[in-house]
Design a protein around this ligand. Structure first.
Ligand code: ADP
Ligand code: ADP
Ligand code: MG
Length: 666
């Protein structure tokens, strides 16, 4: 085995690779940029080499700097993680020339699979079913229309160099085919500097199901079953699981066989993923092959017991794969969600800044299963605008799909992040849905179920009782502590058994009596037994307990205007008032938010990509006003109301701070 490797990546995946190396006794070197100087990866690695500025183009993407770092530290191999240089054949070739091992596949395989048209041809030759369509390049819009007609609408117009969901358009008729061709071509040119376009059938009600493959340098190749990643937002995977609730043993075997055939056709010698689109009749079609470790690889690890990073290291070193296809079973079920730094209540705008609080659920046993957390950050770290907005991946495992989901819901309740917004309420809302639980997924799930975006989840009856109980308990604790601090002889002063709990400004009159954390809460005459953690103290983020004997956890944030409580998809502003104060409170007019409708603010620090309006222009509500880029994402900022532009304060290319006024209306 290698004695020292270099990891040419950052964040969560760098930490993930280090974990396996530590277990195997392999020394690790990480490279890091300015923004990552104090990162967890730098702390965990045995050595760290500074390679330049925060922008990836000045650090993680500079091959010379990475090769210099390898030489300087005497590392024998490079693990590229995902993103950055992981699918760059030129980089793999340069390492080969320098006699440094690449912990990934051979450069010919990377090249063949890096282009969608080439890989589709390889696939067809290897007997893999591909999406029906036109294999060649398309010259102009009229040809695109002709081909679309012969393929049959709807069609998908795609960039051969595409990735990350870019350069892709659906067309349902001639007009859309004409426009889609032009748009895809322009986007592909802008994003990849390569505007080759092809057309294939658009598969309706599709599922995204992919096969994990593993090959060595001795011609041996196996597959490690499938992962389903149909829950996507803007072509970005959000929830992944293994196995798929849709695939039977026969289909799995057929998909696995074809994936291995494709891998063998390019002498695939590492871990890789063959992506398929699967229609409602279980017909499956090859989409593309990713020649690297995938973000969602942990669900495969948890259901096969195989450490994919270890296997990548072994085969890169030249070892034969120890596993045979027949050894690979499926142990239980695993679900992964990607916890992103974004505000689900504000159309998923990136939310960056310092992690004032960052507590993850404990790894290991929880409920009827177990929890795994893959992350690259800890409390106090900064989520910056320079990189991917992922905070962590939560993976849970159980005997059955329903156990894995139950544990997942419990684990998300035990996630506590303050300082920035995170998408966990949205993740909770998705996995709590009956449709999700029944496994009826398609890649259109999110637009189908959240057509107007995400505006939160209203608490159910039982959740109202739970929130009221937790709020009164923590409020009582605060009152007692305040009494002690102010030296009140009577520490019970201000405590009572009857409260009005305001949940999102709605009053809930409750009666509650505590003794040692045991309480009985009466709400509208119904008595519910609640047991709350007596270990809870002000400042602790999570309150544990049971309600009617079922365990729960509620996330608590103490703000200047009461408590913010989160549980499942619910995020509620809660005030605990005496009945008299509640009466007065009801008479107070609701505080009006300052009128911001005349200003367009930058929602985060970033780069202005374009401004679509000019002074004097009339703009309708919902119209795009400008585009700001941060964390690899272009965010379209829209007018909230009709108006006429009075001033434009920024231009394309400007770096702007959060809340900078970009455009003013009259
Ligand atoms: P796909 O959606 O094609 O299956 P993944 O979901 O595995 O791919 O990852 C999507 C892409 O996002 C990766 O190919 C990579 O370019 C990028 N990416 C994700 N996380 C990171 C990261 N921490 N650093 C750099 N790039 C990343
Ligand atoms: P990328 O390289 O951007 O990941 P893919 O070819 O893997 O591109 O496609 C990304 C996603 O787009 C898929 O997961 C699927 O949801 C959708 N998609 C791609 N091709 C088709 C198709 N022919 N029919 C239906 N959906 C498709
Ligand atoms: Mg893909």
């Amino acid at each position: 085995m290698f004695s020292k490797i270099l990891i040419a990546n950052r964040g969560e995946i760098a930490c993930r690779v280090i974990k396996t190396c530590k277990r195997l006794g392999v020394k690790t070197v990480v490279v890091y940029s300015e923004a990552d100087a104090g990162s967890l990866a730098v702390e965990l690695a045995d050595e760290a080499v500074f390679i330049g500025g925060s922008a990836s183009a000045d650090s993680y993407l500079v091959q010379d700097k990475i090769i210099a770092a390898v030489k300087q530290t005497g590392a024998q191999a490079v693990h590229p993680g995902f993103g950055f240089l992981s699918e760059n054949a030129e980089f793999a070739r340069r390492l080969e020339k320098e006699k440094i091992a690449f912990i990934g596949p051979n450069p010919v395989a990377i090249e063949a699979m890096g282009d969608k048209i080439t890989s589709k041809k390889f696939a067809a030759e290897a007997g893999v079913s591909t999406v029906p369509g036109h294999m060649g390049l398309i010259e102009d819009a009229e040809e695109a229309v002709k081909i679309s007609q012969s393929v049959g609408y709807p069609v998908m117009i795609k960039a051969s160099a595409g990735g990350g969901g870019k350069g892709m358009r659906i067309a349902w008729n001639d007009e859309e085919a004409r426009e889609g061709f032009r748009d895809s071509k322009a986007e592909a040119k802008g994003s990849f500097g390569d505007d080759r376009i092809f057309i294939e059938k658009f598969i309706t009600e599709p599922r995204h199901i992919e096969i994990q493959v593993l090959g060595d340098k001795h011609g041996h190749c196996i597959h490690l079953n499938e992962r389903e990643c149909s829950i996507q937002r803007r072509n970005q995977k959000v929830v992944e699981e293994a196995p798929s609730p849709f695939i039977d043993a026969k289909t799995r075997a057929a998909m696995g066989k074809q994936s291995i055939a494709l891998a063998k056709a390019v002498n695939y010698d590492s871990a890789g993923t063959v992506e398929f689109i699967v229609d409602k009749d279980k017909n499956f079609y090859f989409l593309e092959m990713n020649t690297r470790l995938q973000v969602e690889h942990p669900v495969t690890e948890m259901t096969t017991g195989i450490d994919l990073v270890e296997q990548m290291l072994l085969v890169a070193y030249g070892e034969k794969l120890a596993h045979q296809q027949n050894d690979i079973g499926i142990k239980g079920w695993a679900v992964e969600t990607r916890i992103y730094a974004e505000d689900p209540y504000r159309n998923f705008l990136p939310s960056i800044g310092r992690l004032k609080r960052c507590q993850f659920p404990a790894e290991g046993k929880l409920g009827k299963g177990e929890v795994r957390i893959d992350t690259g950050v800890r409390e106090g770290d900064e989520i910056s605008m320079f990189y991917d907005p992922m905070i962590a991946k939560l993976i849970t495992h159980g005997k059955t799909r329903s156990d894995a989901i139950d544990v997942h819901e419990m684990a998300l309740d035990r996630l506590h992040i303050e300082g920035i917004q995170d998408n966990s309420p949205f993740l909770q809302a998705v996995i709590a849905q009956d449709r999700f639980k029944s496994g009826k997924l398609t890649t259109n799930y999110i637009p189908d179920e959240f057509p107007d975006g995400f505006s939160g989840v209203d608490p159910s009856k039982e959740q109202q009782i739970l929130l009221a109980a937790v709020a009164t308990f923590i409020h009582s604790t605060f009152v007692k502590r305040a009494n002690q601090i102010s030296d009140q002889m009577d520490t019970e002063r201000g405590l009572r058994n009857e409260w009005v709990v305001m949940i999102d400004r709605k009053p809930y009159p409750v009666k509650i009596a505590f003794s040692e954390g045991e309480a009985e809460i009466s709400f509208k005459g119904k008595k519910t037994p609640v047991s709350l953690s007596t270990a809870w103290k002000p400042g602790m983020g999570i309150m544990d307990g049971t309600i009617e004997n079922a365990p729960f956890a509620v996330r608590i944030e103490d703000t200047t205007e009461g408590y913010v409580l989160r549980h499942r998809g619910v995020k509620a502003k809660v005030l605990v008032l005496s009945p008299k104060t509640a009466e007065l409170y009801a008479k107070l007019p609701e505080k009006e938010a300052p009128d911001m409708s005349k200003l367009i603010l930058s929602p985060m620090p970033g780069l202005v990509v374009s401004i679509a309006v000019e002074v004097g222009q009339a703009v309708k509500a919902g119209e795009a006003v400008c585009v700001v880029e941060a964390m690899k994402m272009q965010n379209i900022i829209r007018a909230e109301a009709d108006g006429t532009v009075a001033a434009v304060n920024a231009e394309a290319g400007d770096s702007v701070a959060a809340d900078a006024v970009l455009v003013e209306f009259e």
